[in-house]
Write a protein that binds this ligand. Structure first.
Ligand code: PLP
Length: 490
């Protein structure tokens, strides 16, 4: 039987169950280190525990919460475990979760300024704070012709950058008549750029075939000379180089594209420069790590993900443009039912015009909570620890003759492998992850299977990094023994 006569939850019930959920989450935070980081669930094991049909009658909340423990928990990979070193962090924090809860509880739609003025104004304000906090170009501030907006992901930010660039290159013609087959628009990024660039080009109707993948140097950073040569050749052939995506911290290896030299090439060709600093942008909180943004003044647009490394739970991408009018022209359509006095006065921003969806959650709340709770100095301390431990880990790899570094490790991501064949490394990774005591992922660099170790989870301590390295070393030693025909345990 449902706990109340009415099917919905009364405020008193909400209070009681709300406390229960927060208690459950607080206990989860305490327990998370004890779970296998990578879910050990077999395919369909979650569905096998779910009833075939939705319940006809409401069920007690206690039962629903108990099923989170029984059904959901075993099927989770624990991104908030301090032993999570895979992909990139998706680190969260108490203030962020509570800010997000508030956003859900308020349940507002911030699509127009008028639909909740505080949502728009807090967002603009917090994004201006971030310009100062990361020492981003002043042109991104809302007080000039630029501005920032929260997007759901770096992928959406890339798409919006492409749309704004397309609008600029065609003076709005593509908005009216679609991508013009007469004018070949070409985009550029390095072979190491994130797949979201290509996806954005597909969605924007530019197409994968009109993306040029530019060579990288020995640090896996885009080569500006190769970019210029390619753009020149394309322009001679009658095409329009309209968009360049540079990366500050590539996904594979944390390579830093030289933004200043790329920016100068973009200027020569009148191409839009978008800088994707998805994970690594957070490092710029620390003045000594701002080398990652050298040359960012050339950027027409920029994004980084507080939902990766800045203690703000997904989704929260900070996206900036230097000329907001380009973005707005690319995306605005005003149907009668959205007309209102405030918008027409020109005195307010309507963020619906800054991304693809109309509706938008109040995401600025969690960012505001995080920044106020940690303070800029508090955030810096965490980032510095992660970077110091990343570099320490790289030092351990360097000092072990059985392992080799595969790329520079400027921040918190270390790419390395065991000397020897790919299948040894793939098996090493499988065994490490199977223990559940750490979770790493891989990439391929210079053609070789490479392990990635990324430090950035909110609760990771040095002891977790040390334990993971010991696990890697011991697992590899065991495999070497096995390969030598001794099956004795280490
Ligand atoms: N760009 C880079 C450099 C990334 O590392 C990632 C994620 O790994 C992305 C973009 C995509 O991020 P999102 O999930 O926010 O779209």
């Amino acid at each position: 039987m449902p706990p109340s006569a009415t099917p919905h939850m009364t405020p008193e019930e909400f209070r009681r169950y709300g406390y229960a959920v927060v208690d459950w989450l607080a206990n989860y935070q305490r327990r998370v280190e004890s779970f296998p980081v990578l879910s050990q669930a077999a395919p369909n094991s979650t569905r096998a525990l779910l009833p075939a049909e939705a319940p006809q009658q409401g069920e007690p909340f206690e039962l629903i919460l108990a099923d989170v423990e029984r059904i959901i928990l075993p099927g989770l990979t624990h991104w908030q475990s301090p032993n999570f070193f895979a992909y990139f962090p998706a680190n969260s924090s108490g203030p962020s979760v509570l800010g997000d809860l508030l956003s859900s509880g308020l349940g507002i739609q911030g699509m127009l300024w008028a639909t909740s003025p505080a949502a728009t104004e807090l967002e603009t304000h917090v994004l201006d704070w971030l310009v100062d906090m990361l020492d981003l170009p002043r042109g991104f501030l809302s007080s000039g012709s630029g501005g920032g907006v929260i997007q759901d992901s770096a992928s959406s930010a890339a798409l919006c950058a492409i749309l704004a660039a397309r609008e600029r290159a065609t003076e709005g013609a593509t908005n009216r008549s679609g991508v013009n087959q007469q004018q070949q628009l070409l985009a550029y990024c390095s072979s190491q750029a994130h797949s979201s660039i290509e996806k954005g080009l597909r969605v924007a109707g530019i197409g994968s075939a009109n993306l040029r993948l530019v060579e990288v140097d020995e640090t896996f950073a885009l080569r500006p000379d190769a970019l210029r040569a390619q753009m020149e050749e394309d322009r001679r052939g009658g095409a329009t180089p309209f968009f360049v995506a540079a990366t500050a911290g590539t996904t594979s290896s944390n390579a830093m594209d030289p933004l200043d030299r790329i920016g100068r090439v973009c200027n020569e060709f009148g191409a839009w420069l978008h800088v994707d600093a998805a994970m690594s942008g957070t490092a710029a909180l620390c003045p000594e790590l701002r080398f990652i943004h050298k040359g960012l003044d050339y950027a027409d647009s920029y994004c980084f993900d507080p939902h990766k490394w800045m203690f703000t739970n997904f989704d929260c991408t900070a996206f900036y443009v230097r000329e907001r009018q380009r973005l707005i022209s690319a995306l605005t359509i005003i149907p009668e039912y959205l007309r209102n006095q405030a918008s027409e006065s020109g005195a307010v921003w309507d963020y619906r015009d800054w991304h693809v969806p109309l509706g938008r959650r109040f995401r600025a709340l969690k960012l505001w909570f995080v920044i106020r709770h940690f303070g800029v100095e508090g955030l810096r301390q965490y980032v510095r620890r992660h970077v110091a431990w990343g570099r320490q880990f790289a030092g351990w790899v360097r000092d072990d003759r059985h392992f080799q570094l595969m790329a520079p490790a400027p921040l918190n991501l270390v790419c390395f492998r065991h000397v020897g064949p790919d299948d040894f490394n793939a098996e090493l990774l499988r065994r490490i992850n199977q223990t559940g005591r750490a979770y790493l992922t891989h990439t391929r660099l210079s053609g070789a299977f490479t392990l990635r170790f990324c430090v950035g989870q909110t609760n990771t301590e040095l002891r977790h990094v040390e334990a993971a390295w010991l696990l890697i070393q011991q697992t590899a030693a065991q495999m070497r023994l096995e390969a030598a025909g001794h099956n004795s345990p280490i």
